[in-house]
Design a protein around this ligand. Structure first.
Ligand SMILES: [Zn+2]
Length: 239
């Protein structure tokens, strides 16, 4: 239910085109079909390019929202560039898929990828209105700084989607850097079984109990993760 509410609320946030703003915050005048065509091609978004971090806990519908936001651009004749973590091959390598059954091809990053070079290479092949990055919690701090340069120097908006904290309640490195550096942050909400907002996640072991240790990264097995409010996360971890 939380997911549905989030999608409804979010769909409006991602209308991809608003008049670009100059540095004073006023809309840049754009007249004529040529200007409109160029705007649609994504060549005039420099003044509005920002680094966004859309965060949540597990199973809140992040990939669904990412795919819908990208679709909003494509529907209006603009191109997007989708990137996901190479180690997340649940949907097949280089594919972003949502639990409700939609998906799209994506480029991959791992810890060695130069994100600025990857995106610059894509831009060299044609206009791109927005870059979408799934599983952004797996970015390194250096890679988040590379995304900052994409936004500031290449003037392309970058929308990152990822988990805020792991099952131990610790920030992921990519999320910590994004929380520090993003221009805008938005929370994608889902709910605990008690109805409160879920901000934490537990990983269940084979015995069904919450695990208190283990690797931060475990891809797949989404069913072993349960999103909870902080109070119920503490009960699960301390009980
Ligand atoms: Zn709860």
């Amino acid at each position: 239910m939380g997911c549905v509410a989030a999608q409804t609320r979010w769909s409006g946030h991602h209308l991809p085109w608003r008049p670009p703003l100059c540095l004073s915050g006023r809309a840049i005048k754009t007249q004529g079909t040529d200007a409109c065509a160029r705007l649609r091609a994504g060549l005039f978004h420099s003044a509005m390019a920002k680094l966004y971090f859309n965060y949540s806990t597990m199973n809140a519908g992040k990939s669904t929202i990412l795919l819908q936001a990208s679709h909003n651009y494509i529907e209006r004749g603009m191109q997007t560039f989708l990137v996901t973590a190479r180690l997340d091959d649940r949907a097949g390598a280089g594919r972003i898929a949502s639990r409700i059954g939609i998906g799209a091809q994506a480029a991959c990053f791992d810890a060695t990828t130069d994100m600025q070079a990857l995106i610059a290479n894509r831009l060299a092949q044609g206009a791109c209105a927005c870059v979408f990055i799934d599983e952004a919690q797996f970015l390194t701090t250096d890679q988040v700084w590379q995304l900052v340069r994409v936004v500031d120097d290449l003037c392309v908006p970058v929308m990152c989607y990822g988990l805020r904290v792991d099952f131990m309640g610790q920030l992921f490195p990519g999320s910590a850097a994004l929380l520090a550096l993003a221009d805008e942050m938005r929370e994608i909400r889902t709910i605990c079984h008690c109805g409160k907002k879920a901000t934490m996640v537990v990983r269940r072991g084979p015995d069904g109990r919450a695990m208190r240790g283990g690797d931060q990264v475990q891809i797949g097995g989404n069913e072993t993760y349960v999103s909870l409010c902080r109070r119920h996360w503490r009960e699960a971890m301390e009980g």
